[in-house]
Design a protein around this ligand. Structure first.
Ligand SMILES: [Zn+2]
Length: 452
């Protein structure tokens, strides 16, 4: 039987307007007028709550198999559903084995079986020594490759040097899939370390000085040169420094196939406000200045940054080293799957950006990056009915009950945010209800998105 979702603000690829989202057999049958609702349809009147396409997060560290005690499919996808996400793309590291071979990919699939409240797809890894696996991984269903130009913070997933990368790039270009690059080079970090020998590592300013803008800038310049030479799709993950925007803009103007993401924490926090010892805010590259944050917002508005994804990367609480407050000892990573929509919406509301912008940055652009546009990223007839009912007005103070991922600690605890998901729907079925005693279904029915 059809279900009709009525709202004054349905966010479609053609703009936001009053409409009815008509859902049948798990798909969007039509976006239509009230007069076109079938007489026997079940009516959901959402009033002024907006209907957005399910958000797509292409930067999530699920860590299963192998480090499920950090974060697993069940807990990450539960947090995703609560945050209005209906599709996640999993990063190939911090799990064991790392997703750098087809066998490892199969182990990941096995472990995800029956555990996912939302849909998911895998990234593969491009590491020091897996060049011969690149095309096999593509055929087996990865959506692209992630690489690190610097030590990734965790043994097992090796960084790739320029020579090793150049050995992999012909296969990556042939695959037609994007290469996602953690763009930091060690040179400027090593130089900075020499000046920080006796620094106080409880201070945020020490951590910030240890990873200067130049670290990202040099890596991005190297990757632009390689993109020009090898003609592969280049994607810069978690851009932090606004100083790289000129180079990226020029490279894109030249026609190079480059996309760029940034993350909620770079758009919400600023270095000047981070207290010493606040290691929950450690991530790499680091959160930079107020002025840098505003430049990132301008770049989003101008289209020079394409998308906002979370880089959800949790760990057991003790690894954040609250005992010492030392930034050099703490694990780097900020978890935000359940909050990102509220965080970005809060900042959009302050700056006058519309829901159409937000949906482009958090749903359509990431879907396109991962080759998922036929499945997610826009409310259109014929697509799967995966969407979120979003109350844009309510304010709330972040508390443990809002988190839903494995370890309920957060850099955002106590922050006041505006707007949050009321309910989330996957293939036409309810997967999250904020006010329900049991917010999630008893049985997860998310699935891996098959290659089309
Ligand atoms: Zn990451």
């Amino acid at each position: 039987m059809a279900q009709a979702f009525l709202s004054n603000r349905v966010v479609t690829p053609h703009g936001t307007r009053p409409a009815v989202l008509l859902v049948e057999d798990g798909r969007i049958r039509a976006i239509c007028q009230r007069s076109e609702i079938p007489f026997d349809a079940i009516i959901h009147d959402c009033g002024n709550d907006a209907i957005l396409p399910g958000l797509v997060d292409t930067h999530v560290h699920i860590n299963q198999p192998g480090r499920t005690e950090w974060e697993g499919f069940r807990t990450a996808t539960r947090a995703a559903a609560a945050g209005g996400y209906t599709t996640l793309v999993d990063m190939p590291l911090n799990c064991l084995p790392e997703t750098t071979t087809v066998a490892a990919l199969e182990a990941k699939r096995q472990s995800a079986q029956g555990e996912c409240f939302v849909d998911w797809a895998p990234w593969g890894g491009a590491v020091a020594d897996n060049q011969q696996h690149i095309l096999q991984l593509a055929r087996a269903g990865v959506r692209g490759y992630k690489c690190f130009l610097i030590y990734p913070g965790c043994d097992g997933f090796t960084m790739i040097n320029q020579q090793q990368l150049e050995a992999a790039l012909p296969a990556i270009a042939e695959s037609g899939l994007p290469l996602l690059v953690h763009a930091e080079l060690a040179g400027p970090i090593d130089q900075a370390a020499a000046t920080l020998a006796n620094a106080d590592w409880r201070r945020y300013s020490t951590y910030l000085a240890s990873r200067p803008d130049e670290t990202e800038l040099q890596a991005i310049r190297l990757m632009i040169r390689l993109c020009r030479q090898y003609k592969f799709r280049l994607h810069i993950v978690h851009l932090s420094t606004a100083l790289a925007l000129d180079d990226l803009r020029a490279a894109r103007a030249e026609g190079l196939p480059i996309t760029v993401e940034t993350c909620p924490h770079y758009l919400h926090f600023a270095a000047e406000d981070i207290p010493d010892g606040a290691t929950l805010l450690k991530c790499a590259p680091p959160i930079r200045s107020h002025a840098n944050r505003e430049a990132l917002w301008q770049a989003l508005a101008a289209g020079d940054i394409d998308m906002v994804v979370t880089d959800h990367s949790p760990c057991p609480p003790e690894m954040k080293r609250a005992d010492t407050g030392r930034f050099d000892l703490a694990w780097g990573g900020i978890a935000s799957l359940s909050l990102a929509l509220s965080i970005v919406h809060t900042e959009c509301a302050r700056r006058g950006h519309s829901l159409d912008h937000l949906v482009r940055w958090m749903s359509s652009a990431p879907a396109s990056l991962a080759g998922l546009s036929g499945h997610a990223g826009g409310l259109e007839a014929g697509r799967e009915a995966s969407f979120v009912i979003f109350d844009t007005e309510g304010h709330f103070d972040v508390s443990r009950g809002d988190l839903h991922y494995r370890h309920p600690i957060s850099a955002y605890m106590g922050e006041t945010l505006q707007g949050r998901a009321k309910s989330t729907w996957l293939h036409g079925e309810l997967i999250y209800t904020r006010t329900a005693a049991s917010p999630f279904p008893a049985t997860p029915h998310g699935r891996e998105i098959a290659l089309s």
